[in-house]
Design a protein around this ligand. Sequence first.
Ligand code: CO8
Length: 258
Amino acid sequence: MTDYKTITFEQKGRVALVTLNRPDALNALNAEVMQEVVDCFAAIDRNKDIAVSVLTGAGRAFAAGADIKEMQPQSFSDMYVEDYFAGWDRFAASRKPVIAAVNGFALGGGCELAMMCDLIIASDKAKFGQPEIKLGVTPGMGGSIRLTKAVGKAKAMDLVLTGRMIDGTEADRIGLVSRVVPHDTLMEVALAAAEEIAAFSVPSLMAAKEMVARALELPTTEGVKFERRLFQGLFGTADQKEGMSAFSEKRPAKFEDK
Ligand code: CO8
């Protein structure tokens, strides 16, 4: 699980720290990066000792987009038949919570990758944008839909049609990110948030992630039913008994992910 070329993986207790690591190319997302990220997060989902992950980038960027040099010669049939970049859908379907710690440029596919994560914690020096229009294309990793759902049509159209960049503070103001923090504190805050989440029971974390993700796709009545079924299901876990007993007994809960 640690033998990667374009990313690094570290485990800190119940928290995984995954770093995109092509700093000379501003962590541009090529097919190799995608495969390694997909493999790494599949392994994290299988690893019973990990509850939550932080995804960040080495150097000046989170990721400055899909790799333009790799994409430039591709034909329609290369893109369509091979379903280039479909692997990112598998990352987006990761079941444990993922925090994006956005340290710098998050452009194009980099912004779209951050939006596939569950929380985005941004440095005030981060730069978000969907500049694909300047390359003669559009967002292609879910940006038009995830950005519009996150910030609404007015702001999404502004970003997608002009390709302009916004900083972490503006991204926070328009609701694109969960928190914006001073640049020097980014990793400390992101890892502290991850540790806070990692103290909880994995079945309840997975259920919470799944229901909030489905909330964006389901009509209200169906979403409420979906939430209720997952909520009811958690009463089959030992951790629900432990969490509620600990409250009554005025002691910290000791969850076992069961
Ligand atoms: N792809 C490939 N290489 C890149 C990329 C990229 N996206 N971004 C930066 N690099 C490389 C540069 O080519 C340069 O390499 P070299 O030193 O070999 O010339 C190195 O990184 C450093 O970059 P710069 O010298 O340009 O650094 P600056 O500080 O001058 O500029 C910017 C930083 C503004 C971030 C600039 O690099 C830039 O504009 N990058 C491109 C941003 C962009 O357009 N991103 C969108 C790409 S398209 C996309 O993401 C589509 C996603 C959907 C795909 C779905 C497929 C199905």
